[in-house]
Write a protein that binds this ligand. Structure first.
Ligand code: FAD
Length: 388
């Protein structure tokens, strides 16, 4: 069968795109080398932060807001809990601007965008933080906080699963455990060579996460860097400190990227909080990522980010995971036509902050494909910005 669209990669971006295309009656197939949701790409680990005032830039805000709306719609369709609006605290130990995801003053930009888009938030001084969020001790008298009640966390594996199941029910054809080996295209359409045969379509949308560079070749691969990240779930000695109402958090205690961490309240039934760091210096090969977290790295994470800062958190580890960011030179997404391959769209490099936008990106891509009015403008993510 010849499809209108083949979506390559069915993780965060691909599942959302497949679902939104299927909803619109597009004849669509999805291909994935594994059977998503899985823990081999960039969309596992139980939770992802979603914020509304997105300090990475104004172009992201409509995508984040639309995603929150779509998760609520998906919850209504599926009965699955996907989005917990538990609020988000961004806490800095100093009043100096702190870098985040390529934005020089991440906190300042977040607050400015909240004002601009009318997003509910409050700014806290050290006393306000201590009074309202006593579980975050040790940030000192210079601490500043930004609290956003509409933020929270999304369940990535569930969101992918729900969208794939709904897409299939709407007529999408899923080819899981099927590797895409090559893509050829011309003005007439695309031919996708897979481990189980050839698929053809008018268009392909490539959402291959950290394998995007390998699949699409040098002109794209040169812009992408895959960076290994570590996630650790520490058990709580004093669970009441992180009881219901505890927010997700981004903690900034220095000027460098490695001087920050982020984390989540315990999931229902779990007595542990997930904490993660970010690093962009060391790249890795998607096919040979070291997927275990060493005790030395766990100790270093605890000493640098938890000890004296998060109260009532033990050193005991419930579990740990490795995940990968795919980053671009400016930390922003690439959503654009492939520079050489006709009829191929590239949706990649979601640079460690993509999940919160995934449902909205899928919707925007489907609306653009169907020429529907009112689609979110994706031009801020075009490749043109790298050409100069
Ligand atoms: C540790 C960590 C924490 C994060 N925290 C947040 C957060 O708090 N908030 C937030 O918004 N974002 C966060 N992100 C970022 C977000 O999770 C990612 O941007 C997003 O999940 C990436 O989705 P994706 O669809 O691009 O990739 P993936 O979900 O990895 O999907 C790519 C898919 O393509 C498939 N594939 C690849 N190559 C092929 C091939 N040749 N043939 C067939 N299939 C193929 C893979 O199997 C995979 O299923 C985090 C990421 C990590 C790693």
């Amino acid at each position: 069968m010849h499809y209108d669209v083949i979506v390559i990669g069915l993780g965060a971006m691909g599942a959302a795109t497949l679902y939104q295309l299927a909803r619109r009656g597009v004849r669509v197939a999805g291909v994935d080398r594994y059977a998503p949701p899985h823990d081999q790409g960039s969309s596992h680990g139980d939770t992802r932060i979603t914020r509304q005032a997105v300090g990475e830039g104004a172009a992201y805000v409509p995508l984040a807001l639309n995603s929150q709306r779509i998760w609520r719609e998906l919850e209504a369709h599926s009965g699955e809990a996907l989005f917990e609006a538990c609020g988000m605290l961004m806490l800095s130990s100093s009043q100096a601007p702190t870098r985040g995801h390529g934005t020089p003053d991440f906190g300042g930009e977040t607050a400015a965008l909240a004002e601009r888009f009318g997003i509910e938030h409050s700014l806290l001084d050290a006393a306000g933080v201590r009074a309202r969020f006593p579980q975050f001790g040790g940030f000192g008298d210079q601490a500043t906080g930004y609290y956003e009640p509409g933020a929270g966390y999304v369940r990535p594996e569930r969101a992918i699963d729900v969208q794939l199941k709904l897409a299939e029910a709407l007529g999408a054809v899923l080819h899981t455990n099927t590797l895409v080996e090559a893509i050829e295209s011309d003005a007439g359409g695309v031919r996708v060579q897979t481990s189980s045969g050839m698929l053809t379509a008018d268009k392909a949308i490539v959402c291959a996460g950290m394998w995007t560079g390998k699949l699409l070749g040098a002109s794209v691969e040169d812009l992408l860097k895959v960076c290994r990240q570590q996630l650790v779930w520490f058990e709580l000695d004093e669970p009441e400190r992180f009881a219901a109402g505890s927010p997700v958090y981004i903690l900034l205690h220095g000027a460098a990227d490695i001087d920050s961490c982020y984390g989540f309240p315990p999931l229902p039934g779990e007595n542990a909080i997930k904490i993660a760091t970010e690093q962009y210096l060391e790249g890795c090969d998607p096919d040979t990522v070291n997927r275990s977290v060493s005790q030395a790295d766990i100790d270093a994470l605890y000493d640098a980010h938890v000890a004296g800062r998060l109260l009532g958190v033990s050193r005991r580890v419930l579990k740990s995971k490795v995940c990968t960011y795919t980053i671009t030179p400016d930390f922003n997404f690439i959503i654009d036509a492939h520079p050489q391959m006709a009829n191929v769209t590239l949706v990649s490099a979601c640079s460690g902050h993509g999940f919160k936008h995934s449902a909205g990106i899928g919707e925007a891509l489907a609306m653009h494909h169907c020429n529907e009015p009112g689609a979110v403008d994706l031009s801020a993510f075009s490749l043109a910005r790298f050409r100069s």
